[in-house]
Design a protein around this ligand. Sequence first.
Ligand code: UT7
Length: 317
Amino acid sequence: MFTKILGTGGYLPQQVRTNADLERMVDTSDEWIIERTGISERRIASPDETVASMGLIAAKRALEAADTDPGEIDLVICATTTGDKAFPSSAVEIAGNLGINGVPAFDLAAACAGFSYGYCLAHSMIMSGQARKVLIIGSDMMSRACDPKDRTTIILFGDGAGAMVLGASDEPGTLAVHMSADPQFGPLLSLKNPPRGSNGDGCYLYMKGNDVFKHAVVSLAKLVTKTLELGNLTDKDLDFLVPHQANLRIIAATAKKLHLDMSQVIVTLDKQGNTSSASVALALDEGIRSGRIKRGNTLLLESFGGGFTWASALVRY
Ligand code: UT7
């Protein structure tokens, strides 16, 4: 038995925040942001939107693409670190709104690596016979987690949700998965929950950007090498890299390590920024819906985030 991607979906809020908008908020420039990150604009959720409401739309689109009725889903995983409440979880809320009852549903906190962690877990649950079809969602509202006065973080992040239905299959499918964490670097990238009774001031995302950047490049190089080994493939077998969308320079370094031309890399951060746990799912959905990624292509999905956490999936689409 194998697992296969049956369908994907994505959702981006309507409001666009451009680099020109950020020039009015903090001491920065369009040139600096594009040169250092590759980002031109990102989407910002409206006050009435939540991680669950964004995830629900992405999930509906993934179910439709997978030609799957919500009643066929055996497990719902929502990767997020910005849900509006601890419980009921965003996954349970999404399941409820889809009419999915009597199956496990839970949120998964692995920061920007969340969706890839969810993929690894969904694959394992199917391979162990505990599920046939799993709905994996990555949804985050990082714009609200960033200090609007902090130019080192507010320029990077956007809001959005991506989703996928992973199903049991007679043909491959998922060729290898890997996930890991290294707690010693936790202080370099953190997001505290506000203490009860506080108004949340001071509980914004903290990132020592340059250090995170260096670790991301090194860890992702090791991660992609290991994942190809696990799947008994080489970089020559890859059609596309579907990376976490944190910084174009990090993505380019990983592509170079894999000897891939940038035309073989799905890049969405120019229009979406870093959407944390949604980023890989949104990039994959964009690659598929634009017609670039086709059935039979070999893909490498990878992500790296706070914790540090990192995860990957080598996939025959
Ligand atoms: O998704 C989870 C993982 N996250 C990541 O992978 C993000 C990793 N980090 C990065 O993407 C990059 O480190 C950043 C984009 C955050 C920063 O780029 P950098 O090339 O590492 O810049 P830096 O932090 O070394 O700062 C260089 C200069 C500093 O000024 P001085 O000290 O040289 O005078 C900063 O104060 O750029 C300054 N700077 C800015 N200038 C204009 C920092 N942010 C800004 C800004 N606009 N927004």
